[in-house]
Design a protein around this ligand. Structure first.
Ligand code: BEZ
Length: 178
């Protein structure tokens, strides 16, 4: 799908990782939201932010899981800046992530269609599942231009906790890293 053909339909962006604590774009409303049928996983390589091309770190993506729900933040975009925000986001979320429209439930009730970014298994930076011990070990030794990989996970866990969003697997990994 091309950006231009989609622009008119994108009113909301759903963030489930760094967008939660560092959206870096203007929005008119922000709501804690949940995406049913997906789980947050640390299965995407980061060769540019939390690692290097030679030693990529591990960052979040979503994996389909029928029984799960992923908590995050939904941002409503201001009309006038929508296209430039989406263009900037497309650039920021390079590295194997693809735009994907999802239906998210806002904390005050309604469902909205939102754009999110997912690193699917066919992307070149997809690492896939690993044991929790291996994920912890990988993250502990990874550093990139945006800082230690550990900070990314600990920041994410803190942001989720401050919003009352439960993610038991991420909390366990963050506790081992902290
Ligand atoms: C997010 O916070 O939703 C996100 C951030 C970077 C890449 C993909 C998703």
């Amino acid at each position: 799908m091309t950006l231009a053909s989609d622009l008119k339909n994108v009113d909301w962006v759903f963030g489930y990782a760094s967008l939660i604590w560092r959206p870096d774009f203007a929005y008119t409303h922000r709501h804690v939201a949940s995406l049913a049928g997906y789980r947050r996983v640390l299965w995407q390589a980061s060769p540019d932010h939390r690692g290097t091309p030679e030693a990529p770190g591990r960052v979040a993506t979503l994996t389909p899981d029928a029984g799960a729900s992923c908590g995050g933040m939904a941002f409503r975009l201001p009309n006038a800046q929508r296209s430039s925000i989406l263009r900037d986001l497309d650039e920021r979320e390079q590295g194997g992530y693809e735009r994907h429209m999802v239906s998210v439930a806002l904390d005050d009730g309604p469902h909205v269609q939102a754009l999110t970014y997912i690193g699917w298994p066919d992307n070149p930076h997809y690492l896939g599942p690993a044991t929790e011990a291996r994920i912890v070990e990988h993250i502990r030794r990874s550093h990139g231009p945006s800082g230690p990989n550990t900070d990314y996970v600990v920041e994410l866990a803190k942001a989720l906790a401050s919003l009352g969003i439960a993610d038991a697997a991420l909390e366990r990994i963050a506790r081992q890293l902290a």
